[in-house]
Design a protein around this ligand. Structure first.
Ligand SMILES: [Zn+2]
Length: 270
């Protein structure tokens, strides 16, 4: 039942460990793009659909008609993620039909509170897209077979920062007994305004696009789903954002070094 799947999970007490991980993440990431976006939005008319300043609305990049997926997708979204201006799941929501797409918000999930999640977990065909040590390549599953087309199984995807999804996987034990799959690493992220841990790391919308393209046997869906993401990044880059390199890229610079360098440059030029 979709309604039950969109309910919020109860808040948790286990904040400390996660906060420590997020602090660690913030040392290496550049979470400045949301600040930039807030600054751009402040005082301006905002599009009711894409939630971006009306002057740079990206709604024209959404498909004319939402795309149907045969694979059922359940997003387990960290509750901090929805407040981010530049989150990618809202873009995904605008691109696809809703009947086979569910979002459950929280940190630790009580499976029996969410009908679609409970049914999915009871199905042997359900997989979780997470690069655990035991994850097998998604591409080892038959292309075109579509998960959840004939039953209640689903492709479960975790949505949050890398630290948050690590904690979500660790704390939600029901995920451990599911088959874990990972993308083959051939795709390169086009979400260039966020730092990724490695060049194989993808944002949530990219992960879903590539996974569904394989599972449904519809490679053309990748361009459709990533069109608004690319437009959003382009806009950010044109308004002061910098391209972020993954942490394993030779040009990657930790945030502290980045701030130090820019602070030195600005004091030197004044
Ligand atoms: Zn718009």
């Amino acid at each position: 039942m979709a309604a039950s799947c969109n309910a919020r999970a109860e808040p948790l007490e286990e904040e400390k460990e996660l906060r420590e991980e997020e602090d660690e993440e913030s040392l290496f990431a550049f979470p400045l793009q949301d600040d930039l976006e807030q600054e751009l939005i402040r005082g301006r008319a905002v599009c009711g659909r894409c939630k971006r300043p009306s002057t740079v609305c990206i709604c024209s990049c959404f498909p004319e008609k939402p795309v149907s997926m045969a694979t059922r997708v359940i997003i387990l979204q960290h509750c901090s993620e929805e407040s981010r201006c530049l989150a990618t799941v809202p873009l995904l929501q605008e691109c696809i039909t809703r009947e086979r797409f569910h979002i459950i918000k929280g940190k630790r999930f009580k499976v029996n509170k969410f009908t679609c999640l409970q049914k999915a977990i009871e199905s042997k065909s359900t997989v979780v897209l997470y690069p655990s040590k035991t994850a097998i390549p998604l591409q080892s599953l038959p292309s075109g077979a579509s998960i959840g087309k004939e039953d209640d199984s689903a492709l479960i995807v975790l949505d949050g920062t890398w630290a948050q999804t690590r904690a979500m996987f660790s704390q939600n034990h029901f995920l451990h007994s599911l088959k874990q799959v990972k993308l083959n690493g051939e795709a390169v992220s086009q979400y260039v305004i966020r730092t990724q841990p490695s060049k194989q790391s993808l944002s949530t919308i990219e992960s879903v696009a590539h996974a569904v393209a394989w599972l449904d046997g519809t490679p053309e869906i990748i361009d459709v789903l990533l069109h608004p993401l690319i437009a959003m990044c382009q806009y950010q880059l044109e308004h002061g954002a910098t391209t972020h390199f993954s942490k394993d890229h030779p040009r990657y610079m930790p945030r502290a070094d980045f701030k130090r360098k820019h602070s030195t440059n600005s004091s030197g030029s004044s």
